[in-house]
Design a protein around this ligand. Structure first.
Ligand SMILES: [Zn+2]
Length: 438
């Protein structure tokens, strides 16, 4: 049962895909000719059916279907295939989708003349085409949080932390002093041990005297994504210390209860972070049993996963929103779109994403031409992901925010790199919180 009250359709409406499918798009006599690399469509009298849609520049189309609808091929082509003479063909680009097992693909129209062709074996079976507008530079959120330099993660004077710290040290150094400072605001709960039975997991709950909403935040599901879980710690400190003049964090301090698991993969965070090669670092992405915890939320085979879900269950019915903090090394920045569930108050996250994208361009950290394939986001994540499970089972809108740490970005442990992470996650956190408390 999805809690639809969580998303406000009247506000989300313009940002959700608008259904534009019509049987009028159907035409007969087109044969798909696809090979490994190329694909084209040929005019063949008496051949099968296809849906042909003229794309509009800058728009994104989401196509959903069931295997029963018999989609055999889909491509975009530069000229109208309905105008082809008999035997003539036009070459196009194949849509990246396994039509037998996946039920959706996206098509972004990047030119003035672009046609989407979907060849089907049964034109009466259900298929859906939704249209979504891609945000422009001006479609951004109003207030934007730019942190003061947050310190490095290299340890020593002026550092915020040390990326070599174990999970225990992260909590002792970054969370527990605040527990002591604000005993009426923060409580700590022992969640249990990790799968190896050697490391302790903790949850922290930040409860204002009165509050309007509850957020569930997790970090360190992947232990090699350091700037993600250090940013979470930094943001919780900023919230704790916020005073009335702080228009960004004070409303959160006053109105939002935060349920936080600072480090999920406590084993990984407690291992050597200086593993020389990428293979070594990939190992600490996973837990002590070599399981990627962000693929374990369906099987729930690992103790860490069990502890996360057991802790969350104490707050079910009150949690309005969940955020899972990650890093990504992928190229082309507006990756966050990829991880925004469409059921999550889309207007907030799309605007923050768009703002962040333009901010990165301003900083020279993003290409002028984003990877358009990545922009609009998937509308569904499988339950094996923390995000997918929390939405699919509990109906809590959840996003995985991935701050980019690839080689074109400032070093992830430097002050500049870490501060940029705090900015990224911070704006998602602030804007989503304001959405629920306004
Ligand atoms: Zn991750």
């Amino acid at each position: 049962m999805k809690k639809l009250s969580h998303y406000r359709i009247e506000e989300d409406g313009p940002f959700l895909p608008k259904e534009i499918f019509s049987q009028d798009l159907c035409c007969s006599g087109l044969t798909p000719v696809t090979a490994e690399e190329t694909c084209s469509v040929k005019s063949t009298p008496g051949a099968g059916d296809a849906f042909v849609l003229q794309g509009e520049y800058g728009k994104c189309y989401e196509v959903k279907f069931t295997p029963a609808s018999g989609v055999i091929a889909a491509m975009n082509v530069p000229t109208d295939p309905r105008c082809l003479a008999e035997g003539e063909s036009v070459e196009g680009t194949k849509m990246d989708c396994d039509y037998a097992t996946q039920n959706c693909f996206m098509y972004v129209c990047r030119s003035q003349q672009d046609y989407l062709v979907i060849c089907v074996s049964d034109k009466t079976a259900p298929i859906s085409i939704g249209e979504r507008t891609i945000l422009q530079g001006s479609d951004t959120v109003g207030d934007w949080f730019i942190p003061t330099p947050a310190g490095s993660l290299n340890g020593g004077d002026g550092a915020f932390g040390d990326h070599h710290w174990s999970a225990k040290q992260v909590m002792e150094n970054l969370y527990d002093p605040y527990l002591a400072k604000y005993p009426d605001y923060i409580t700590r709960t022992h969640l249990g041990k990790d799968q190896t039975g050697q490391y302790d997991m903790y949850g922290y709950v930040y409860t204002p005297a009165t509050y309007k909403t509850t957020f569930f935040l997790t970090g360190g599901v992947h232990a090699n994504e350091e700037s993600a879980y250090y940013s979470l710690a930094k943001l919780m400190q900023l919230i704790c210390d916020a005073t009335e003049e702080d228009t960004m964090f004070y409303p959160l301090r006053q109105n939002v209860r935060f349920v936080v698991i600072p480090v999920v993969n406590v084993w990984g965070v407690s291992q050597d972070h200086d593993r020389a090669n990428e293979e070594g670092r990939k190992r600490i992405r996973r837990n002590g049993e070599d399981v990627d915890l962000n693929r374990d939320f369906e099987d729930v085979s690992q103790q860490e996963t069990k502890n996360v879900l057991a802790f969350l269950k104490n707050f079910l019915g009150t949690v309005d929103f969940a955020m899972d903090f990650h890093n990504s090394g992928k190229e082309n920045c507006p990756l966050w779109y990829n991880f925004i569930n469409y059921a999550v108050n889309s207007q907030v996250n799309y605007k923050v994403t768009n703002h962040m994208y333009h901010r990165l361009m301003e900083l020279g950290l993003s290409e002028q031409t984003p990877n358009m394939e990545k922009i609009p986001g998937r509308y569904h994540k499988a339950s094996k992901y923390l995000e997918g499970r929390i939405w699919n089972e509990f109906g809590i809108p959840t996003i995985t925010v991935e701050h980019v740490v690839n080689s074109t970005f400032p070093d992830r442990f430097s002050e500049e790199g870490f501060t940029l992470g705090v900015e990224t996650y911070g704006n998602f956190l602030i804007q989503n919180a304001l959405f629920f408390i306004k």
